[in-house]
Design a protein around this ligand. Structure first.
Ligand SMILES: C[S@@+](CC[C@H](N)C(=O)[O-])C[C@H]1O[C@@H](n2cnc3c(N)ncnc32)[C@H](O)[C@@H]1O
Length: 350
């Protein structure tokens, strides 16, 4: 037990080395360089402008972890895992998520231990504290165009993997002829899939102005047929949200503190017609610790760091909703690990 305990702690404390090796390969685009077949290490290093010996050692680390393979001594080749890091043009790939986690997220996490000291201002994202501005404003800076692009693509990829469960495992028929507002919907991939599936549905996509600008392009190119049924709306969900029959918020409230989430919910509550529903696609953290999965606990850490947000238990969702003018109706667990949390405007709200 003692020996395995030591090994386990060592593995946990070393984990950043593995993730930084992966980030290095993603940053240098090693997988793309190997797309046409295996390359000797020195040739690969020359192509990438890398130091040959260091590159070799990073790739050996990754090959030990099962990412890339040494086809013959000193010759590197892609394998099933490294193929996922390939990126052609604007196409999404796991590279986007690895870049996001390995760059700004990783750097932000160096301040985690300071942030739990009582002297640290609570309720503030620890990234913001070290950077002096919130994640979204930081992304908006002209020098962070690349980070904005891979963050958007990483979100698109994450949405794509969870999309079948949202579309097929939740009953959207009550809104099949109604208007669904995708609040903070990014460029609108989920909304597009919903409109595709329900020909009588109309949509409103609300997001920050730069994201809506990108959305205009996507809807003109990828979703031309659906565009007449959507309204693309730049704005802030803290200020005002237009009336709709359903307000869909996917992975939004986990970005924000209870106080900020309540402001978003109250903006929706002010515009919600009687009979409207709030549809949150979020994680419902099990109340019992033994049931909490590692990815859920990790995502909760990222939310704490990125925006001062959190993953919430069903009890916490119920409380947040009740304090913001909504009554939780039901929680529908999806096979993706997320849940659809359905709430109605509370009758007694002011
Ligand atoms: C984690 S992403 C989720 C995107 C999308 N719902 C999905 O699941 O793919 C959060 C989204 O909230 C948007 N956002 C952040 N602050 C906002 C604000 N004040 N008003 C509107 N949208 C905002 C971001 O631009 C981003 O698209």
């Amino acid at each position: 037990m003692r020996r395995s305990g030591v090994t386990r702690l060592r593995t946990i404390s070393n984990a950043f080395i593995q993730s930084q090796a992966l980030y290095t390969a993603a940053r240098l685009r090693v997988a793309d360089a190997l797309a046409d077949g295996p390359l000797p290490n020195n040739e690969l290093a020359q192509q990438l402008g890398a130091h040959p010996e260091r590159l070799y050692r990073v790739l050996r680390m990754l090959a030990v972890l099962g990412v890339f393979q040494e086809a013959e001594p000193g010759v590197w080749a892609n394998n099933e895992l490294s193929e996922l890091l390939r990126q052609q043009g604007e196409e999404t790939s796991m590279r986007d998520m690895v870049m996001h986690m390995g760059d700004e997220t990783y750097k932000g996490f160096t301040t985690l231990s300071d942030s739990v000291l009582a002297s640290h201002p609570s309720g503030i994202a620890f990234y913001d504290y070290s950077r002096g501005l919130d994640f979204w404003s930081w992304l908006n800076l002209p020098q962070h165009k690349e980070q904005q692009a891979y963050f958007d693509r990483a979100m698109k990829a994450a949405s794509a993997s969870g999309m079948p469960a949202i579309l097929q495992e939740f009953d959207w028929s009550p809104w099949a002829a109604g208007t669904v507002a995708d609040v903070g919907g990014g460029v609108g991939h989920v909304l597009a899939a919903l409109l595709q599936r329900h020909q009588g549905m109309r949509g409103i996509l609300l997001d920050r102005a730069p994201v809506i600008k990108a959305a205009q392009q996507a809807w003109q190119q990828e979703y031309v047929d659906l565009a007449p049924r959507v309204q693309l709306l730049p704005g802030s969900f803290f200020e005002a949200v237009p009336p709709a029959d359903a307000y869909f918020l996917k992975s939004i409230l986990h970005d924000w503190s209870d106080e900020q989430s309540s402001r978003i919910l109250r903006a929706i509550r002010r515009s919600a017609p009687a009979g409207a529903r709030l549809l949150l696609c979020e994680v419902a953290v099990p109340d019992e610790l033994a049931q909490v999965q590692t990815w859920v606990a990790s995502m909760d850490m990222v939310m704490m760091g990125m925006a001062g947000g959190k993953e919430r238990t069903v009890t916490e969702w119920r409380q947040l909703l009740a304090s913001s003018g909504f009554a939780l109706e039901r929680v529908v667990p999806l096979s993706s690990g997320y849940s659809m949390i359905v709430a109605a405007p509370a009758a007694a709200d002011e």
